[in-house]
Design a protein around this ligand. Structure first.
Ligand code: MD6
Ligand code: FE
Length: 294
């Protein structure tokens, strides 16, 4: 099969092995009660800083008016190796697991240590909402400060997420050589509003020198709206590849590619799958979780 790495329109290998579905089942034994919290924040207009940020968009939520462009989406699970140590597991996360992940993030994201708008050293805000599980990370102090400026600590990393990430790596290892195993203790959660949300080109290199030297992989979960993701081995944007990350996709990179440059250039509005919207009332935008081992 020929894979054109510079194209969005990729040919993915189907996943035949039934054991692959472990990832999809990782949450099934752990039904987390539906957690819906309503705030008066109008979903389309972004966040109101006097209220905790809510992933759930209740008062004005109606799927009647939502124009979903994903109805013709291929629902089968497949994978593509994007580079040495980089694998994209397409449509890997079941709807139920996606719902559970949204609910976990909503439960903790609206409380102490929950979502906030981080800033760069310059004072400029990142164009996303962020929270961490397991250990705080922020763009200025990295992992050095246990407590945020409001005195909050990161909530513990839920075991469902640990188990999901470990299983995802094990399934990736069956399809690609050179990917070490990993037991995550940190998860950075980002939420991007459509159109405005983005994340500049960066490398993930703040974990321990041992973790980085061993190339322990990062497991990245995408839920909600589709994003354009840029990645490659240089800072030169013209030489980078692009891939679309859709709801339910898992991107893993480790081994020789642990230090690749990457960023989110766009989040496409109205691309969240309708069943996910119906079961979560997720506000418009994209939820991304990256799990790593410090
Ligand atoms: C995002 N992801 O997809 C941001 N980092 O919203 C990342 O920054 C990232 O996807 C390390 C490994 C995988 C990722
Ligand atoms: Fe990153």
């Amino acid at each position: 099969m020929t894979i054109n790495h510079s194209s969005f329109y990729r040919l993915f290998k189907p996943i035949e092995s039934s054991s692959f579905w472990c990832g999809r089942d990782a949450f099934h034994g752990s039904l987390i009660g539906k957690f819906k919290q309503c705030h008066n924040t109008p979903c389309a207009k972004g966040s109101d800083e006097s209220q905790p940020f809510s992933l759930i968009c209740c008062p004005c939520f109606s799927t009647d008016s939502v124009c979903q462009s994903t109805s013709k989406r291929n629902c089968s699970t497949s994978y593509e190796i994007l580079g040495s140590g980089v694998i994209l597991l397409k449509n890997y996360i079941s709807l139920k697991d996606q719902v559970d992940i949204v609910n976990i993030c909503q439960k903790h994201g609206a409380g102490p240590g929950g979502f906030y708008e981080p800033s760069h050293q310059s004072g400029a805000k990142l164009r996303l909402q962020m929270m961490c599980f397991g250990r705080n990370w922020d763009p200025v102090t990295k992992y050095k400060e246990c407590y945020r400026s409001d005195g909050s600590k990161a909530p513990p990393l839920p075991y469902e997420l640990i188990s999901f990430a470990k299983t995802s790596v094990q399934n990736a290892q069956k399809r690609m050589k050179g990917l070490p195993s990993m037991c995550p203790d940190i998860c950075i959660v980002n939420f991007y509003s459509p159109v405005y949300g983005r994340l500049g080109l960066h490398q993930d290199r703040d974990e321990s020198s041992d973790s980085l030297r061993r190339g322990l992989p990062v497991v990245s979960i995408s839920i909600g709206d589709t994003a354009e993701f840029l990645y490659g081995y240089t800072r030169n944007k013209d030489k980078l590849d692009k891939v679309l990350l859709q709801s339910g996709d898992v991107l893993i990179f480790g081994g020789k590619s642990r230090h690749i440059f990457h960023g989110v250039t766009q989040v496409f509005p109205n691309t969240t799958p309708l069943p996910l919207l119906q079961q979560t009332a997720l506000r418009p935008g994209r939820l991304n979780l990256t799990l790593r081992q410090f």
